[in-house]
Write a protein that binds this ligand. Structure first.
Ligand code: NAD
Ligand code: WQD
Length: 343
């Protein structure tokens, strides 16, 4: 069976392509390479022994999108990762974010409807919960007003999908990721942050690699044990595995509703200082960091109630924080080795 993976040369998409192939699926990747590189297809092939099919198209283009579906008429399901994802940039460029993330979503759903493909897995985010009233947060918690245009595109996309499945024969599963980190054990694929990273873990590894002078810890006056914010960090390989399970659930008609939502996290929260400690332990490197002011828009603490995913999907995150940080560090070292080879 062939699964279309949009954004499949990106961070989470590439790890999911690997997991799909491991489970015997054929994979067709589409990506416009606006935030990834084509050689990722070769790296996936190196890991699994089989290169996925690849079409370089922009999902904002409805004709190009439809053409892919006409050309590949044996697609059983779609996993939709393609989106712009930088929260700060979305505040600066809201129209680009709404245009990219929503047009892509709509063009994809139209092509699926027109070609009769009914199974969709969508990358949503814990950002839809904002600062939850109760922790751990479960899927029934109210979605809060989005903190950014990026966050709003996730909320609106969830609504577009739900409205669409209610009126067509389609089925969909929205997966709300908490904080994905780490990289594949082979260190052949991982996150490729362009420019200065916004996210904590690539900033930590780049600081340790000497690319950044120090990590700024954004605030230590939160209501948490050490004053720094708490997040639910999840290994990208655990996350990727959940997509295969979600797709199989629909292909085997095991879904309980046409539209389902699952939190994907470990269920454990760690503070920023705990993440730094874990990094220092696994790498043996003392990380240069300074406490600075809070970052506007940051929530104080959030971690997932994973009961629904555990019980319904039969999925549980397996990897702990140290393993996540070690794989992130190995990936950073592999990136630096590649750069040194080129220069
Ligand atoms: P990524 O940027 O590494 O991957 C996204 C891919 O989509 C990139 O390869 C990019 O080139 C491609 N793309 C973007 N717009 C496109 C378009 N119009 N047409 C074709 N391709 C396009 O990001 P990621 O971290 O792998 O995230 C994947 C998905 O998961 C995104 O939808 C993101 O919003 C969501 N998500 C990510 C996180 C996170 O922290 N990484 C957390 C929650 C949700
Ligand atoms: C984690 C913690 C920072 C960088 C973002 C998006 C969210 C989702 C995941 C897509 C926070 C602290 C960070 C730094 C720091 N993405 N930090 N110094 O903010 O939880 O979530 O990515 O859907 O929508 O908002 O992740 O990695 O940026 O931050 O102290 O240089 O690390 O304050 O507490 P965040 P993050």
């Amino acid at each position: 069976m062939k699964i279309l993976v949009t954004g499949g040369t990106g961070y989470i998409g590439s790890h999911t392509a690997v997991e799909l192939q491991k489970e015997g699926f054929g994979v067709l990747v589409i990506d416009n390479l606006c935030n990834s590189e084509k050689h990722v297809i070769d790296s996936i092939g190196e890991i699994t022994g089989q290169k996925p099919l690849f079409e370089q198209i922009d999902l904002r283009d409805p004709e190009a999108t439809m053409e892919v579906f006409s050309k590949h008429n044996d697609i059983s399901g779609v996993i939709h990762f393609a989106a712009l994802k930088a929260v700060g940039e979305s505040v600066e460029k809201p129209l680009e974010y709404y245009h990219n993330n929503l047009f892509s979503m709509i063009n994809l759903l139209k092509a699926m409807r027109e070609t009769g493909i009914s199974n969709l897995v969508f990358s949503s985010s814990c950002t839809v919960y904002g600062q939850p009233d109760q922790l751990p947060v479960n899927e029934k918690a109210p979605r809060k007003d989005a903190e950014s245009p990026y966050g709003n595109t996730k909320k609106i996309s969830e609504d577009i999908i739900e409205d669409t499945v209610r009126t067509t024969g389609m089925k969909a599963i929205a997966l709300r990721y908490f904080n994905p980190i780490g990289a594949h054990g082979s260190a052949l694929i991982g996150e490729l942050p362009v420019g200065t990273p916004n996210n904590l873990v690539p900033y930590i590894t780049q600081t340790a690699a000497g690319i950044r002078d120090h990590l700024r810890v954004f605030g230590n006056d939160y209501d948490t044990p050490d004053g720094t914010p708490i997040r639910d960090y999840i290994h990208v390989a655990d996350l990727a595995r959940a997509h295969v399970i979600a797709m199989n659930r629909m292909l085997r008609n095991q879904n309980k509703d046409r539209y389902e939502i699952f939190n994907l996290g470990t269920g454990n929260g760690f503070t920023v200082l705990e993440v730094i400690k874990s990094f220092e332990k696994v790498s043996g490197i003392k990380l240069n960091h300074k406490i600075v002011q809070r970052r506007p828009g940051d929530v104080e603490k959030v971690w997932a109630d994973t009961t629904h995913a555990n019980e319904e999907l039969g999925w549980k995150a397996e990897k702990g924080l140290d393993e996540m940080m070690l794989s992130a560090w190995n990936w950073e070292k592999s990136l630096q080795a590649q750069k040194n080879k080129k220069s």
